[in-house]
Ligand binder design. Structure first.
Ligand code: AMP
Ligand code: GLY
Length: 433
């Protein structure tokens, strides 16, 4: 088979790495890919949102299956576009991808179908938002946290967990008054704040059956101890002690399966990866958000743990044969640590040479996934905020953490920053058990 992977980050490197292990695959292309992906696939200078160029390439090169990593092409309708031309592609249609593309769509779906989530209010104008906040704070203490979310895609930055009334009003003014997220902030959701541990529960589905992937926990904040601004994710690990079998089952049966059924009910089955960001609260598991894709960096720990071939799963999601695809998991743990450019998630410099990549030989203990790298005059240089994801694998979470940091200790580039506390929450949990 000839496979095209769309995207060029750490998630796509992990996808290409796993697909390359399949005996069913003869050639992999990746658009646009990166310096790490280029060792396994032919990289194409095509943007993930250039749907016409991607489809023309796939047609001209007899691509059997296209796999999409990021949300932007999915919400832009890449699946509808490819299927309209009779080509096989894994992912939700644009209509289904609204589950990530519009917070309001996702919240209404959850409310209608009784999927557990935080209480919320939709606001179409700044005045409406201020009225809601005033009403909320008339009934609650001034220092009750509340969450303000831009309705549309805002590169992971459209959510403010405000600690009090002032912060909430300020966030509302930034989104709806100053429009810092453009149209994404023309409608907002104001949402009750949930408390507990977060986890990422992802499944692949053909619209009817689903296969749950290994639960993971992401570290979204830039700073150690979960401080500072939100990022795309600074590290992740699996298994997650906070996600017991009962919690995982609750998330599948109360959130993912009902969401897939609800969307099928709207007339268009959801196909591809569906990601539920959950909060494990004292009242049970609640949905924080849905994403219409695999997580990044969650994928960089999930795929090294998947023992079976990923290609039958991907094919199964496109033609309703998911139930027949074999699924086996390694009994290992995996942890990925993200090495980022200094300054990220704010401004940062690129073009820094990455040294030491030749010292980390991919093995059963450690794999380096490139997230934002490019080749320049024969050297591998940084090209974005999250640069590398170093995944350690071990028989316990602790071993996997050690292997990730050993791998990372060989690598350097000017301004390299990484969190030194990835998975410590798991280690704390385990020491209390
Ligand atoms: P989202 O983009 O919706 O995943 O939100 C980004 C982050 O904001 C989440 O990972 C949570 O840490 C936090 N968050 C979002 N919604 C809530 C909520 N209702 N209660 C508490 N934290 C939240
Ligand atoms: N790591 C969070 C996400 O992929 O949305």
């Amino acid at each position: 088979m000839r496979i095209l992977v769309v995207g060029g980050g750490g998630r796509e490197h992990a996808l290409v790495w796993k697909i390359a292990q399949s005996p069913l695959v003869e050639k992999i292309y990746c658009a646009p890919g990166n310096a790490g992906i280029a060792q396994l696939a032919e990289c194409l200078p095509i943007k993930p949102t250039d749907l016409t160029a991607l489809a023309e390439f796939a047609e001209a090169n007899a691509i059997d299956l296209t796999v999409v990593g990021p949300e932007a092409p999915l919400t832009a309708g890449i699946v509808d576009f490819f299927e309209g031309r009779g080509m096989r592609i894994v992912g939700p249609s644009a209509s289904c991808a609204r589950i990530e593309g519009s917070k309001i769509f996702a919240k209404r779906l959850m409310k209608t179908y009784g999927i557990p989530t935080a209480d919320f209010w939709e606001c179409d104008s700044l005045e409406e938002g201020v009225t809601h906040l005033n009403a909320y704070y008339a009934a609650h203490s001034h220092t009750t946290p509340i969450v303000i979310k831009a309705d549309g895609l805002a590169a992971g930055k459209g959510v403010t967990v405000a600690q009090n009334r002032e912060e909430a009003l300020a966030a509302l003014h930034t989104m709806m008054g100053e429009k810092v997220f453009g149209d994404a902030g023309s409608r907002v959701v104001i949402e009750e704040c949930l408390f507990g541990e977060e986890a990422s529960i992802i499944a692949i589905t053909d619209g009817y059956d689903l296969v749950p992937l290994a639960p993971t926990q992401d570290h979204k904040r830039i700073g150690e101890g979960d401080t500072g601004p939100n990022t795309g994710g600074m590290g992740a690990y699996s298994p997650v002690p906070a996600v017991s079998e009962a919690v995982a089952e609750e998330a599948i049966e109360q959130i993912l399966r009902p969401a897939i059924r609800a969307i099928a009910d709207l007339g268009i089955p959801y196909r591809g990866f569906l990601y539920a960001g959950i909060m494990i609260t004292e009242e049970g598991v609640k949905t924080i958000e849905f994403n219409c894709r695999l997580g990044d960096p969650e994928t960089q720990v999930i795929l090294p743990l998947l023992a079976s071939d990923i290609v039958p799963l991907l094919l199964g999601a496109t033609d309703c044969t998911l139930a027949q695809a074999p699924v086996e998991w390694h009994e290992y743990a995996a942890t990925t640590v993200v090495a980022a450019s200094g300054g990220y998630p704010g401004s940062f410099e690129t073009g820094k040479e990455i040294k030491g990549l030749d010292k980390v030989v991919n093995s059963r203990e450690c794999v380096v996934f490139h997230a934002a790298t490019t080749l320049q005059d024969g050297k591998t240089v940084t090209s974005g905020g999250r640069v590398l994801c170093v995944t350690g694998i071990g028989s316990t979470v602790m071993d996997s953490v050690a292997n990730a940091y050993i791998g990372l200790s060989n690598l350097e580039f000017e301004g390299m920053y990484y969190r030194k506390d990835i998975a410590t929450r798991a280690l704390r949990h385990l020491s209390l058990d």
